[in-house]
Design a binder for this molecule. Structure first.
Ligand SMILES: [Zn+2]
Length: 391
């Protein structure tokens, strides 16, 4: 039995999927306008590990794992303008880099990777449903979700109204009925990427993208919704509100799973603070992808992970020791003690310490199987990221 910490209830719960033959998991993916940093890699690695565990427990075909690609966004538009190129030049380049970088860390591609620009129809349909149900309204070319229409708004983040307004850094705009209302659709000028809609030419807000793509690909209620801690508010709170209203109260997810930050010194690693380290840089320095993966898994996924050179050196030493011990043994049965640690809310530090104590080289080899082969060759060049938080 897998147990998972659920952010909604703030408790660790037995993981009982609605349908064990079709388990659905959605993780908010990258906004593709820059190179991913190691903090961006943490959810990719953590949820890849969870996906592997679920497949081990329920069967390879039992999981449908979706991770979206946000390929329309104001930061993307700004990056394209700065380079003087079309938006797809930016988004295709950085999506390719993202997949290379995560692949190098042994992250398997998700089963489904919906792209926002390919899902405008479902987004427009959901926005229209929200208007029809009285949860959203049109104002000056925008469509906004009316937060007071949802009496349960705040259920995930448990923030009071003042903290929500401060945390969302919401734009004060004269056309908003309530200062907490958030954008579902916004107008695009002639020079900006946009699509025709019942409310004029425009583009979707970020939050509606996930709600609409979850519905389109996985259904109204999914088993697991994941992402970084910084997405709890406002992004996931807004996803919950939109989906619940559009689907007559059906909950969006049965388990909410959030990973902690990677820290540099006393601060969260983030592009806006300029304190980032990228997997591409680390690989170019000669570190192996499997070492970086192990470093990312050396702390429990919900805890902060301070990123230091000694963390990477320690991960390399641990990995070298494990491979030495496993030697040439053929993989046997995975060690149950290691698996039990993973089943307990993905307790990777305990799993790693048990792995180091495993006596049977075959069990060790099965439990510590190397990531895919291509994972060790460094991808070309480096630069920046896609850190998510926005209002
Ligand atoms: Zn999302």
């Amino acid at each position: 039995m897998i147990r998972l910490h659920d952010t909604l209830t703030r408790t660790k719960r037995d993981f009982v999927p609605a349908d064990p033959k079709r388990i659905t998991m959605y993780v908010c993916g990258p906004t593709v306008y820059g190179r991913a940093h190691i903090g961006n890699a943490r959810p990719a690695v953590a949820f890849d590990t969870l996906a592997r565990l679920i497949r081990h427990e329920f069967g390879e075909e039992a999981l449908v794992y979706a991770r979206n690609v946000t390929d329309v966004d104001d930061k993307i538009i700004a990056a394209a303008e700065a380079e003087g190129v079309d938006v797809p030049v930016i988004t295709e380049r950085y999506e390719r880099h993202y997949l290379e970088d995560m692949g190098a860390l042994g992250v398997r591609d998700p089963d489904i990777a919906p792209h926002a620009t390919k899902e405008i129809g479902p987004m427009i349909a959901m926005i229209q449903a929200l208007i029809d149900k009285g949860c959203a309204y049109q104002a000056e070319g925008h469509v906004l979700f009316n937060v007071p229409s949802d009496p349960d708004y705040g259920v995930l983040s448990r923030r009071d109204r003042e903290a929500m307004l401060a945390g969302a850094r919401v734009e004060v705009a004269p056309y908003k009925r309530d200062p907490a209302d958030f954008v579902l659709w916004k107008p695009s000028g002639p020079a900006v990427v946009g699509w025709d809609s019942p409310w004029g030419r425009g583009r979707p807000g970020w939050h509606i993208e996930c709600s609409a793509m979850i519905k389109a690909h996985l259904g109204e209620t999914i088993d697991i919704h994941g992402g970084g801690l910084d997405l709890i508010f406002p992004h996931h709170e807004n996803e919950i509100a939109q989906s619940r209203c559009a689907h007559d109260g059906a909950p969006l997810a049965r388990y909410w799973v959030h990973n902690g930050f990677v820290d540099m010194g006393a601060e969260k690693m983030s592009k806006s603070l300029g304190n980032i380290v990228t997997p591409a840089e680390l690989l170019a320095q000669g570190h192996k992808g499997e070492t970086l993966r192990l470093a990312l898994l050396s702390a429990h996924y919900r805890q902060p992970l301070p990123w230091t050179e000694s963390l990477v050196a320690q991960a390399k030493a641990t990995l070298d020791g494990l491979f030495r011990k496993a030697g040439d043994a053929e993989p046997g049965e995975a060690d149950e003690g290691v698996l039990d640690a993973l089943r307990d809310d993905l307790n990777t530090p305990l799993a790693l310490s048990r792995l180091s104590a495993v006596g049977d080289p075959a069990a060790l080899k099965a439990s510590a199987r190397r990531p895919r082969k291509h994972a060790t060759s460094p991808p070309p060049t480096a630069s920046a990221t896609s850190s998510r938080p926005r209002a």
